[in-house]
Design a protein around this ligand. Structure first.
Ligand code: AMP
Length: 288
């Protein structure tokens, strides 16, 4: 079947068919990371819907909403090549008609780590994602581990609001040199790209410390992980301006204690020039 492009909610309703549906929400400027989510979606349901919507609600006034890359024709080509059934690409007016009052509040979890640097961001993300869920009515929705706190917040929303949708997290796709793919990478000059590589290098240095220490060791494993990653990041200052480097519980994004065991996320955010980048690594903190 040929790709259906639904540019408003009426078209979307018309495109609805029989069988299960997997949704991949995106802001467009699709790259191999998005395409890996689409491939994951295809094995999870009969039909795949990709939404392309640069959501004004999740950008603050000082952020890059107006210059965010928009590559609609290339995005449609990528969706066609990946066998997507429906692209839902509404306008901002269609998503947010005048008179809107009610929205989703992300709670305290939306005010920590990424939410502390971007106040209101997760309220905007959850509001648009809930609207997309209601409009598309998927059985499954696929999100990238690249935006680890976003994934955790969506899982929280689905649990707290009893949404009947299976949330699937998909691994981060990287360039061969380690740089996590991002629509914002195209803002980077060749020089800045070299600096940006420090993020994934720092995460690898942290991950290398995620091994149990002998009994009575002076420093805890979380402290060593943070110190190792920070040492790499400091090497790139002042060209890399760090927003945060934290080791957190993947479900709550609360910082882990010294006695924490199990999976933890080492999350980093920094500005390189005017481009803000985030990345993370999932580590296993096992008992000694
Ligand atoms: P965005 O278009 O940046 O809002 O991202 C749309 C979806 O793609 C989100 O679920 C992201 O987490 C995911 N995504 C972005 N970059 C990557 C990547 N490098 N690898 C895997 N998924 C990604």
């Amino acid at each position: 079947m040929d790709l259906i492009v639904a540019k408003n909610r009426t078209d979307l309703v018309k495109a609805r068919g029989e069988g299960s549906v997997a949704l991949v929400p995106t802001m467009g400027a699709l790259h191999e990371g998005h395409r890996s989510l689409i491939r994951e979606a295809r094995v999870r349901a009969d039909h795949v819907v990709v939404s392309i919507f640069v959501n004004p609600l999740q950008f603050s006034p000082n952020e890059d909403f107006s210059r965010y890359p928009r590559t609609f024709d290339a995005d449609l080509e990528a969706c066609r090549a990946e066998g997507v059934d429906v692209v839902f690409a509404p306008s901002a007016d269609d998503m947010y008609p005048a008179g809107r009052q009610v929205s989703v509040q992300s709670g305290e979890m939306g005010t920590i780590v990424e939410g502390a640097v971007r106040p209101g961001h997760f309220d905007g993300v959850l509001t648009v994602v809930l609207k997309l869920f209601n409009l598309v009515q998927p059985d499954v929705a696929v999100f990238g581990q690249k935006d680890a706190q976003q994934l955790a917040m969506i899982r929280r929303m689905v649990a707290d609001l009893d949404l009947p949708i299976d949330i699937v997290g998909a691994p981060t796709v990287r360039e061969p040199d380690g740089l996590a793919l991002s629509s914002r990478n195209r803002y980077l000059s060749a020089d800045e790209r070299q600096v940006a590589l420090t993020l994934s290098r720092a995460l690898r240095a942290g991950a290398a410390e995620a091994v149990a220490l002998p009994e009575g060791a002076a420093e805890s494993v979380p402290a060593r992980i943070r110190a190792a990653a920070l040492a790499v990041l400091e090497g790139a200052a002042p060209r890399l301006a760090l927003d945060y480097l934290v080791l957190v519980d993947p479900a709550t994004f609360a910082e882990v204690s010294e006695s924490y065991r199990g999976e933890a996320v080492l999350a980093v955010a920094a500005k390189v020039g005017t481009t803000r980048l985030i990345d993370n690594a999932v580590l296993s903190l096992d008992p000694a």
